[in-house]
Design a protein around this ligand. Structure first.
Ligand code: ASP
Length: 317
């Protein structure tokens, strides 16, 4: 077990994108009626005394509630990460983000970034003004991971744990311990200033940005949900309107309502790509594609939508 004070030399660049971590409320007890993305990343970092004196730089890439994330902003974020990772004096990059689409941004970055220095995303479930603010500790943990000897890949430091970006899923809407990775579990924990690692750092061998349109004009891919009473009318409307891909948020281990399957079969016959992902909270689809509908394994439906979009862009890796 190595001490958290173990570190490699070099600057950590902290890129701000907004989120609750940068949010404020009128009252310190208010953890619901706040506004996300109010404080700049320099202000957030400056407020954490434990970070004083460390070689840090900040850059505000965006200032949004992450529910409003876009492919164009993902492209911009990945570009800025690439720029900073290429600088010789930089040890790693931290990204402050909202929790709502953290699993999507983490998966996107995992899929597109090439090998290199660690990229550590972090966030908070409580605004910066809260009595329970979790942002400062998460930020300290993210910086510690970015400076950790041997760290690499796209990871997420949140709630005292380090998650692989490719496996992250938001599993709670309100609790501070809001993330998980299904059966895979955390890569490491951060306890009392020490990093205890269970699994190797994730590989980072993404596709690069060359094949992705800068303006974020991705192929149109929608998520449709299988549920009691599901039918094909929604799918037919989407196909009629020109959708290119459909992710089915399936019940259980990849099952789809018979009423929806008929519509999906017609969609597939007209050239629309279909990918299954489980709507279960804690893990994905186990068991392959025996029924003929490909699945996205452990990905959430929102991550599967990114995966299918990248495939349609021809960036299949
Ligand atoms: N809506 C916020 C966001 O995703 C939620 C959060 O950060 O916890 O930006």
């Amino acid at each position: 077990m190595a001490s958290i004070h173990a570190h490699i030399d070099g600057t950590v660049v902290i890129l701000g994108t907004g989120g609750t971590v940068a949010g404020t409320a009128a009252a310190a007890a208010d953890n619901v009626g706040y506004s996300a993305a109010q404080l700049g990343v320099a202000q957030l970092v400056g407020a954490v005394r434990a970070l004083a004196g460390l070689p840090l730089e900040t850059e505000q890439v965006a200032q949004i509630d992450s529910k409003d994330m876009t492919p164009a902003l993902w492209h911009e974020l990945a570009t800025r990460i690439d720029v900073h990772r290429a600088r010789p004096g930089v040890a790693g990059v931290v990204v402050t983000h909202g929790t709502d689409t953290l699993e999507e941004t983490a998966y996107f970055l995992h899929r597109v970034l090439s090998p290199g220095k660690p990229v550590v995303l972090t966030a908070a479930m409580r605004p910066a003004t809260s009595l329970q603010a979790d942002g400062p500790q998460n930020l300290c943990d993210a910086v510690a991971v970015a400076r950790w000897p041997g760290a690499g890949g796209v990871v997420v430091a949140f709630g005292g744990r380090v998650w692989a970006g490719s496996e992250l899923r938001k599993v709670h809407s309100y609790r501070i311990d809001a993330f998980g990775s299904g059966d895979a579990g955390a890569l490491a924990v951060l306890e009392e200033g020490r990093l205890r690692q269970f699994r190797p750092w994730p590989p980072c061998d993404g596709l690069g940005l060359a094949q992705l349109p800068k303006d974020g004009t991705w192929p149109w891919v929608e998520v449709v949900t299988s549920h009691a009473g599901a039918g094909g009318r929604g799918v037919e409307a989407l196909v009629g309107a020109g959708v290119r891909g459909l992710v089915v948020a399936t019940t259980g281990n990849g099952t789809i309502h018979a009423g929806l399957i008929a519509g999906l079969e017609r969609a597939r016959a007209s050239g629309v790509h279909v990918l299954r992902a489980s709507r279960c909270a804690f893990d994905g689809i186990v068991g392959g594609t025996a029924d003929g509908w490909p699945d996205a394994g452990g990905l959430t439906p929102a991550q599967a939508r990114i995966e299918l979009s990248l495939r349609l862009l021809g960036a299949t890796g």
